[in-house]
Structures are given as structure tokens and as C-alpha cells.
Design a protein around this ligand. Structure first.
Ligand code: 2AL
Length: 261
């Protein structure tokens, strides 16, 4: 099966990093195709960044070979429901995937993320995914997203310190790493901390494989139906639903587009 992992920020080194995490867990027969957004912010650290990253996510869903599943590789899950409207293939957010994975291996988790402002955004996601009963706390490290890749930044130490506080102070049973740029840290932290540490990208890959394997596709009944045809004005005229090239618009009863396993 073909899984397209979309980095909604424009930093290709971060795409490669998450690609490594995805391919480490992908099943034989799963092909991970990486895409870096061609427009928008270098990193996503606020509501404005998120809103403007969505066009790049949409571009990556409508262009190229159709995928059996799409993953939005940013912990804010930008454009998740909009993306689900334009395809029948499952679309997974890495934050929702990681939170759900955590609930299978612990009765509580804390999220360790980047900046204070993204901490607040993650709290919104906890509420919108109905995870309040599971999430003990969302913790910020004050590490900017792009510092996660900078040699010599104290990112790793700051993340470890916040994870330790999550265990000591929140009594969390598991840790969710709240940024795609933390994908390479999960295994080492898990060994060090002795609790499940969930890498959001890996969780999304495994859930994507599961959904495709079960023959499940995004419902086109109700609010995830294809967008209604209408004109879009100005800079966004090319994104009018009638202008979008929707490849996966076949009936839900039809075969999946390219299951190869
Ligand atoms: C992210 C992420 O995963 N990628 C990005 O650019 N910003 N999320 C975050 N919480 O910092």
C-alpha cells in the first residue's frame, strides 16, 4: 500500500527525519512516499502558521499518484478535516494518532511539545479529540521546532527533563512526543524512562496500515462529503472545489486505489 507522509512545513530535512521514523515501523509492502509542502511556513508554531500551511497540505493530496492513506506530519494536525473532505483514502493526523495509541498502552499520558504557544494549541486538540480523561498535562519545552535539528541546541536535554517531570509530577503512564521533529527521540527516551514513549509519526503509519488493511475509507456522508461546488475568488481561485483534481473520488464500495501488499 502507498502511504503519503506530508510535512506541512517547508523544511525538507524535517521531512527526511520523519520519513526515517515512518520507514522504521512500516510493514513490508507499505511504501512511504514523502512530501514536503511547497508553500507556507518553515515551521508551524501557531494558529497563523497552521492556517497558512493548509494550502500546501491540500496541494500534496491532489497532486501526484493517489495514495491509499495520507498522514499530516505536524502535531497541530493542520487541515485534517479539510483534507478528509477531498479524498476517500484515510487521512491521519499525527497528534490524534499518538493520543489514541497512548490510550491503548496506558490509562494516562502527558504530551511534551515545543513552545508555550503550541502547548496551548495541543490543549485545544486534547479537548477536540475528547482526550481530557486520558491526558494529564501538556508540557512545553520552550524549544523552537527548527532547534530540534540544530546540533548543539539543548533540545534533547530539555525534552528529557520535561518527560521526567511528566512522570514525577503528572504521574503519567506514557509520554506523547508533541512534534514531528521529535520522531527520532522516542526509542531512546523510552529506554531511559521505562514507560511507553509514543512517536506520533510511527503511530500514524501503523494506524494508516490498519485502516487500509481493514478496507476502511473516509465517510462521504455528512460533513466529510466532497466540498460543495462553488467559485473561490482571488488568490484561491484555483482551489475552488470544481477546479481541484480529486483522484480518489470513486465510490466507497470500489476497490482501494493501489493496494500492493
Ligand atoms: C510542529 C510539528 O510537528 N511540525 C512543525 O513545524 N510544528 N508542532 C509543534 N507542536 O511544534
Amino acid at each position: 500500500m502507498l502511504i503519503k507522509l506530508i510535512n506541512p512545513n517547508t523544511t525538507s530535512s524535517m521531512t527526511e527525519l520523519m520519513g526515517g521514523a515512518a520507514r522504521t515501523v512500516a510493514a513490508t509492502g507499505s511504501e512511504i512516499v514523502l512530501a514536503t509542502s511547497r508553500s507556507g511556513p518553515a515551521s508551524i508554531e501557531g494558529h497563523y502558521d497552521e492556517a497558512l500551511s493548509v494550502v500546501g497540505v491540500i496541494d500534496e493530496i491532489v497532486r501526484g499518484e493517489p495514495a491509499d492513506a495520507y498522514i499530516i506530519g505536524c502535531f497541530g494536525d493542520p487541515g485534517l478535516l479539510a483534507a478528509r473532505e477531498i479524498t476517500t483514502s484515510p487521512v491521519l493526523g499525527i497528534a490524534e494518532s499518538a493520543m489514541h495509541a497512548a490510550t491503548f498502552v496506558a490509562t494516562s499520558f502527558s504530551i511534551v511539545t515545543t513552545l508555550e504557544r503550541t502547548r496551548i494549541i495541543s490543549e485545544h486538540l486534547v479537548r477536540s479529540y475528547g482526550m481530557q480523561n486520558h491526558c494529564r498535562r501538556v508540557r512545553a519545552t520552550d524549544v523552537p521546532v527548527l532547534d530540534l535539528e540544530k546540533p548543539g541546541s539543548n533540545a534533547d536535554a530539555a525534552i528529557l527533563a520535561e518527560c521526567e517531570k511528566a512522570l514525577m509530577e503528572d504521574h503519567a503512564g506514557a509520554i506523547v512526543l508533541g512534534c514531528a521533529g521529535m520522531a527520532s527521540l522516542a526509542a531512546r527516551l523510552q529506554q531511559r524512562l521505562g514507560v511507553p514513549v509514543i512517536d506520533c509519526v510511527a503511530a500514524a503509519v501503523k494506524f494508516a496500515e490498519a485502516l487500509v488493511g481493514m478496507g476502511l475509507r473516509t465517510s462521504k456522508v455528512g460533513d466529510l462529503a466532497f466540498p460543495l461546488p462553488k467559485a473561490y475568488a482571488g488568490k484561491l481561485s484555483d482551489y475552488a472545489p470544481t477546479s481541484l483534481r480529486l483522484h480518489n473520488s470513486q465510490s466507497l464500495a470500489g476497490p482501494a486505489t493501489s493496494v500492493r501488499s
